[in-house]
Design a protein around this ligand. Structure first.
Ligand code: NAD
Length: 436
């Protein structure tokens, strides 16, 4: 399994051979390489690029809590704010033992591109605490979250920096952040975080949004490459929030979802699985293999199935130099964050296998987070239909923008997405100018 301290690789097809590429590299290394790579395609001020290689601010805090055994445990927390030229910082809070300052900076930079690709008026940030949340009781997690929120209170807020759930955190964690922040501010401020439970200002459709956006982009890619969705076979790795929602939607739109998997392995039916009867990770964790199916496959085999569309939607770094030559899917849609290593991206580029990047495909999450923030600051909840309609509109607009770059510059889809993102961020910087 990939280390969570590594993250999306980007296409480095023009930068040396696969053997020369060290895998995995850190989140920050990847983010800086991709920035430089995208900048090479654009006529932008090198000073702006230099500025974007660095975060605007990194807050490092100590988070002490009293454990249930009476001992005080002291954890380190971070909030790395990369860029806010287009709006308040936005990005997840991660609770994981491998959380580091550098990782938060790299992932925060990557959030800048994700928001820019979607044309959402937010910048990029990431934060977290170096802790294994499984070692804590619920009460200890709540205490940790409240204390951490207080430590970073000065740098977050609905117009400054809006955290969201990430690895090891969930809607309940966000409710605690909102409560701790609101108590100190003396008023209820739901817009300080997104990904909250709907009862305290969360948005309808937020949970399913990343999977929905993956399905929308897969549908557009299927159409772009001249296929009929009713005759398209799909394999999905991971049957959690992203994988199960994407699989069920594509199934509902007529695609033939032939394989799905969870951490234990996958099931395969050449005639198509009934995805709605397979338990998702949320409904029953790791139960895909309990579902009746003609054949089973390992997770490695699933990636190499002869399908039209492959959707890795579980973890990062599953498509690598070791298996990229054996992948025979016609199109890859990145559901997970960073499923394709730099070396694998280069191999797919050489083999003309299009890879639609994560920063577009799973951006439904941050997009509906933006809708949640709009609902919170306007104190007006949207219907699920409205959320889904607006998500569809935003995804199609982003797809169209990236498609134009892809066609006019003859670059990979990943490069096209980064070019769209960087040109928006760079233009905003050039227009606003450097202070003082
Ligand atoms: P999840 O926890 O809901 O589900 C993960 C699924 O992957 C489960 O079915 C699990 O069994 C399976 N899995 C875990 N390890 C595996 C392995 N080694 N091989 C195969 N399957 C494995 O997670 P999720 O929220 O669906 O997230 C999946 C990916 O999508 C992650 O990369 C995440 O960062 C990314 N993502 C999630 C969101 C979101 O809001 N949920 C948004 C954008 C991106």
């Amino acid at each position: 399994m990939a280390s969570p301290s590594t993250t999306p690789r980007d296409d480095e097809a023009h930068e040396g051979t696969h053997e020369q590429t060290r895998e995995p590299e850190s989140a920050l290394e990847t983010a800086r390489r991709q920035l430089q790579h995208a900048a090479a395609h654009l006529d932008i001020d090198q000073n702006v690029v230099e500025r974007l290689k660095h975060p605007k601010k990194v807050q490092e805090v100590t988070v002490p809590i009293e454990r249930e055994n009476g001992n005080v445990a002291v954890y380190t927390g971070y909030r790395a704010q990369h860029d806010s030229v287009r709006g308040p910082f936005k990005g997840g809070l991660r609770y994981h033992p491998d959380v580091t300052r550098e990782e938060c900076v790299g992932l925060g930079m990557w959030m800048t591109w994700k928001c820019a690709v979607m044309d959402i008026p937010f910048g990029g940030a990431k934060g977290g605490i170096a802790v294994n949340p499984k070692d804590l009781t619920d009460d200890e997690k709540e205490q940790l979250t409240r204390r951490f929120t207080d430590e970073i209170r000065a740098v977050i807020g609905p117009t400054k920096d809006i955290p969201a759930p990430d690895m090891g955190t969930d809607p309940q964690t966000m409710a605690w952040v909102m409560d701790a922040y609101s108590m100190q501010e003396g008023e209820t401020i739901p817009g300080v975080v997104t990904g909250k439970p709907p009862i305290v200002g969360g948005s309808k459709g937020r949970d399913a949004a990343p999977g929905r956006s993956v399905a929308i982009i897969a549908r557009e890619a299927i159409d772009y490459y001249g296929k009929d969705i009713g005759e398209t076979s799909v394999a999905v790795q991971g049957f959690g929030s992203v994988g199960s929602n994407a699989a069920k939607l594509l199934d509902g739109w007529g695609a033939n979802v032939v394989a799905v998997s969870d951490v234990n392995g996958g099931i395969y039916d050449a005639n198509g699985l009934d995805t709605h009867t397979i338990p998702s990770h949320h409904e029953e964790p790791e139960a895909v293999m309990t579902h009746e199916a003609p054949e089973t496959v390992t997770n490695d085999e699933l990636l190499e199935l002869d399908v039209d569309v492959l959707i890795p939607a579980a973890i990062g770094n599953v498509l690598t130099a070791d298996n990229a030559d054996d992948v025979v899917a016609d199109v890859i849609i990145e559901g997970a964050n960073g499923p394709t290593t730099t070396a694998a991206s280069a191999i797919f580029a050489e083999r003309d296998i299009p890879v639609i990047p994560d920063i577009l495909a799973n951006a439904g999450g941050v997009t509906v987070s933006y809708f949640e923030w709009l609902q919170d600051i306007n104190r007006r909840a949207w219907s699920l239909d409205r959320v889904n309609d607006e998500l569809e509109t935003e995804m199609l607009a982003a797809w169209q923008n990236i498609r134009e770059e892809f066609e006019s510059r003859d670059v990979t889809w990943r490069d096209a997405a980064y070019i769209v993102a960087l040109s928006r961020v760079a233009k905003a910087h050039e227009t606003r100018g450097l202070w003082p």
